[in-house]
Design a binder for this molecule. Structure first.
Ligand SMILES: Cc1cc2nc3c(=O)[nH]c(=O)nc-3n(C[C@H](O)[C@H](O)[C@H](O)COP(=O)(O)OP(=O)(O)OC[C@H]3O[C@@H](n4cnc5c(N)ncnc54)[C@H](O)[C@@H]3O)c2cc1C
Length: 362
């Protein structure tokens, strides 16, 4: 009799973060027939799903807030809890918030809080640079960039995908600004095909964006960046020079890889706490972090959870196959690799817009 009641007790699945990974776990679960003792609680600081891959458009002022977010789905099974998560107690299975006393209990937890800026202990970097790593930070950065006076000076530190997208989108939006991009390597986008590197390099020459290679930022001040012994006076500095796992992921008492990401088994579970799943930027993976990777992991976690909740042995997830990477150079130019082919120009840009359009419709 007691066992029977326990089996039918309400099971709460908590999805922490309604980003690229979390939303796929949620929609995957909703598309299944789940047992009737399941409740899903989605926790996010924002009452919407945001497209982080488009935050450079918020920075440049070329998209409105509403273009870069969508409403979260409503369903009898889902409860939403909006607030900033402060702490996770994986022994008591409880979630704590900043500025509210409510505690959320979980039976299963999906951790998908995304990543944060890594400042590499560079003095002044956190204090004096603007960020693109959350919606509110991207809005703040957009305000600082938008308020720059004519011919103001903007420096972007980091010439990876997000730094390139920020620099080119701002250039298209504000032809008057002086824009400088600090690149740690000898070529922008060093992990991409040389053809793409050359194309992007030429785009910056043609569009008057100064690129400084072999940058070693020593410190950042309110009005400038000191790089390789030279201090450049500057109005706004945007930081796109690396990311690290979320602070809460780093605090969890789980095994981490050399990038401080949480090590998971083939079911995306934490081996010592198999009711905890890690999705997206915080999960150790052979692939580089991306929205696409987080989405595919999210779909697979939904499948595993669906099996477990239905009392079945979970099927081993298939190997993740990424479709390539696309980047934008403003609104009508871009680059990317798709199906092992390097593409530049309008076609990859159009494809990137198409991907966003599809994401919004889903
Ligand atoms: C400018 C830019 C351009 C990019 N371009 C691309 C691209 O072209 N292609 C690509 O694949 N990837 C790109 N990326 C990377 C991609 O956005 C991330 O890899 C992806 O968003 C990771 O998904 P996620 O589910 O792990 O987390 P996210 O999508 O970041 O979602 C995290 C969620 O957690 C919430 N959250 C965070 N902290 C808290 C808290 N303490 N309490 C409550 N809620 C919280 C956030 O509000 C958010 O909804 C880009 C990133 C940036 C910044």
């Amino acid at each position: 009799m007691y066992l029977c009641r326990e089996e039918n007790a309400l099971k709460n699945i908590v999805i922490l973060g309604a980003g690229y990974g979390g939303i796929k776990v949620l929609t995957g679960l909703l598309n299944m027939s789940l047992p009737n003792n399941i409740q899903i609680t989605v926790i996010d600081k924002n009452p919407y799903h945001s497209y982080k891959t488009e935050f450079h458009t918020i920075v440049a002022g070329t998209a409105a807030d509403i273009d870069v977010r969508t409403n979260l789905p409503t369903h009898d099974l889902i409860k939403y809890e909006y607030g900033i998560v402060r702490k996770i107690d994986v022994e008591q299975q409880q979630i704590y918030f900043e500025n509210k006393s409510k505690i959320v209990n979980y039976d299963y937890l999906v951790f998908g809080l995304g990543c944060e800026d890594a400042y590499h202990n560079i003095e002044g970097a956190e204090q004096y640079t603007e960020s693109v790593q959350s919606f509110s930070k991207a809005r703040h950065t957009g305000l600082s960039v938008g308020n720059l006076k004519a011919y103001g000076m903007l420096t972007i530190v980091g010439a990876g995908l997000s730094g390139i997208e920020v620099a080119s989108e701002v250039r298209e939006s504000r032809p008057d600004l002086n824009i400088r991009l600090l690149d740690r390597g000898g070529s922008v986008l060093s992990s991409f095909d040389p053809k793409i590197q050359a194309y992007v390099r030429n785009w910056f020459v043609k569009n008057d964006v100064e690129v400084l290679h072999h940058a070693v930022v020593e410190y950042v001040e309110k009005d400038g960046v000191c790089n390789n012994g030279v201090c450049y006076v500057n109005d706004v500095t945007v930081w796109t020079a690396g990311v690290q796992p979320h602070r809460l992921a780093q605090e969890l008492p789980f095994k981490k890889d050399k990038y401080s990401k949480i090590v998971v088994n083939e079911f995306f579970q934490v081996p010592t706490h198999t009711n905890v799943y890690i999705v997206g930027d915080n999960a150790s993976s052979v692939h580089s972090p991306s929205g696409q990777l987080a989405g595919q992991q999210g779909e697979q976690i939904a499948g595993v959870l669906g099996d477990i909740l239905s009392g079945k042995e979970p099927k081993k997830p298939k190997e993740i196959k990424l479709r390539g990477t696309l980047g934008s150079l403003g609104k009508s130019d871009g680059f990317g690799s798709m199906f092992q082919q390097s593409l530049t120009g309008f076609l990859p840009r159009l494809t990137k817009s198409g991907v966003l359009w599809l994401q919004k419709r889903h």
